[in-house]
Design a protein around this ligand. Structure first.
Ligand SMILES: C[S@@+](CC[C@H](N)C(=O)[O-])C[C@H]1O[C@@H](n2cnc3c(N)ncnc32)[C@H](O)[C@@H]1O
Length: 254
């Protein structure tokens, strides 16, 4: 079956850049769970169940697979799905090195081959959370989760989509440059690279969850722990100490 244009554009992007994510993936595989670019410990956010014994979990856009590894170590049987074969090659190598059994699958996680209600937990950190169309992947995650199960995902805060120039790789500014209303698909091209990301206004996220059949357990706007000059990816510490650079939605299927 043919994939939407953005899935192919993003596949090319991630296959090209997979080598840049190997070192970070290796570190995260050996580390305690911590979330996002500011590495907020899971002990603070409580996003992953402490004990996942007997649970079947899926990571949607697993990249190098470290969240899959954290869940497997907590006892879950885990499937990781990713759109980039090169990212999965790193994930598979690290799983073998750590002696952890995870089922890694290549494909678009907006449409997966699993039966209805086959998972107890679903997660994405900067996977489908930002690179896939929420109008497709949120209903698909809902379909494969059992009633009462959680979907947790972390990605860019919608505010970040308004204050960057998508034709450069300059860090976030303090000037509104893009409209908020109507936020959905964002095609970017910084001269050397292209990609397609997705986000929604906060009220559109909430409506999507409501109409799909998810209740909100908690919503987090993540703050950099301290001000400073360091730039992580495209965000300065100062910016992310003053404004939320990341959001986490913690949902439960009704
Ligand atoms: C930043 S990584 C996130 C994974 C992991 N948290 C990490 O940081 O290594 C983004 C991943 O999302 C994957 N991705 C993008 N679109 C996807 C889609 N439609 N279905 C599955 N995976 C997708 C990419 O291939 C990439 O490996």
């Amino acid at each position: 079956m043919t994939e939407p244009d953005y899935v192919l554009i993003n596949r090319a992007h991630w296959d090209k850049h997979a080598h840049e994510w190997i070192a970070g993936g290796e570190r995260a595989w050996g580390a305690e769970p911590a979330w996002g670019m500011w590495q907020i410990p899971d002990a603070e956010l409580n996003l992953l169940p402490e004990n996942m014994a007997g649970m079947r979990a899926v990571e949607l856009g697993c990249g190098t697979g470290y969240i899959s590894a954290w869940m497997a170590r907590r006892g879950a049987s885990v499937v990781g799905i990713d759109n980039s074969e090169r990212q999965l090659a790193t994930a598979q190598r690290l799983a073998a090195e750590h002696g952890i059994d995870i089922d890694f699958i290549h494909g678009n996680a907006e449409r997966v081959r699993f039966d209805d209600e086959s998972f107890d937990f679903a997660v994405s950190e900067y996977g489908v959370a930002i690179w896939a169309d929420p109008l497709k992947w949120i209903p698909e995650a809902h379909r494969v989760l059992k009633p009462g199960s959680r979907l947790v995902f972390l990605g860019n805060h919608p505010l970040t989509m308004l204050v960057q120039d998508f034709r450069s790789d300059e860090p976030l500014t303090r000037t509104l440059m893009e409209p908020y209303f109507g936020l959905h698909r964002v095609d970017w091209d910084d001269g050397t690279d292209q990609g397609v990301e997705f986000n929604l206004t906060i009220s559109d996220w909430i409506s999507l969850f409501h109409f799909t059949g998810f209740d909100i357990v908690s919503y987090h706007e993540l703050q950099a722990p301290a001000p400073g000059n360091e730039i992580r990816f495209y965000v300065s510490q100062d910016w992310a100490h003053d404004y939320p650079s990341e959001q986490v939605w913690n949902l439960r299927k009704r």
